[in-house]
Design a protein around this ligand. Sequence first.
Ligand SMILES: [Zn+2]
Length: 399
Amino acid sequence: MSALKFTLEHESENAVSGTRPRAGVVRLKSAVDSSSAGDANGSVSDASCDTAKEFVIHTPQFMPVGTLGTVKALTVDELKTAGAEIILGNTYHLYLRPGHKRVEKLGELQKFMAWDGPILTDSGGFQVFSLAGLNKIDDEGVTFQSHIDGSYHRFTPELSMEIQRSLGSQIVMAFDQCPPYPATKDQVRAAMSRTLNWAKRGLKVPLKAHQARFGIFQGGLYEDLRIESASQICSLEYDGFAIGGLSIGETPDLMQAMTRVAAPLLPKDKPRYLMGVGRPEDLVEGVAAGVDLFDCVMPTRNARNGQLFTSLGKVNIKNARYADDSGPLDPNCECDTCRRYSRAYLRHLFVCGEILSARLNTLHNISYYLKLMRDMRKAIFENRFDEWRENFYRLQKSG
Ligand SMILES: [Zn+2]
């Protein structure tokens, strides 16, 4: 039995842009026995998937980012209450600290962080290019310096698969090369061909029985290269596909326009993932284009900086205008932050640098993002996505 099963439940017309927002279900497996699923020498579990617990993800869905084995400031119970169905872990960070072999010995990432749900791990590639110190790329892989202590390391497509195998995530991402923005057509073409080569090499590395794989295609902002890269990557045996190389510095308009080109290039019967996107309006436009999965650090990172997303638009909680505001942060949100605390109190906590500020702000932002996805899914089923989208923008401007 396959490690991933995708069912496209409903596809609706989106008259505004001519694209097709869609709703579906992704089914994933747990490791059969997390205490013995992977041993210290990295051998592959041969346990049957048939007795594994099944995880169900309703799409479109947003995946909160748990960089270092934690979605910053939240407990796993709070994540569940907020409605999280799947979270993301970062290969680069977990490889450096605490080390993937250690995580595996401790029962893989799910058990290590006590998260009773599925996890998607990225390949580490994006962080190696964007976060690490000096990096040197060649056809075989990338040599880089740790951002923590400057030590030298080397990632290859094979090692990325081995690390993600040790972490035991349900969805393993292919190791790709994301060209910078802006990039010339030749640079993008070179990254595309390396990405294809690495996607093929990664497929040769065996994973555990419960692990599914996603391929990533590139092509920058060049429509013809997107078409070429999508057809190359989608010819390979992956369980789902991701649109890579967007939200890396281009304007939101360009990113959204390329999403409308890119999403329909992917097979209808497999999940589509738009990596690293984005703001609430980017999620709305992504869903409109037919994307199923999203991730972004924005709701968690911005929460810690006092920037809160609400159904009535953005709230910068440190603003003096909230000092005497006894109303809830978002009257349309049912999270604990909005049900129990006032804007004035949230502002006070932020201004004083209280730890609770980061916790309550993050809880709200994540709850808001996840409810936004649920609302869109409902609107798709009810064939009123266009109407819902208009109302979303109207409310965003009303705050
Ligand atoms: Zn809230």
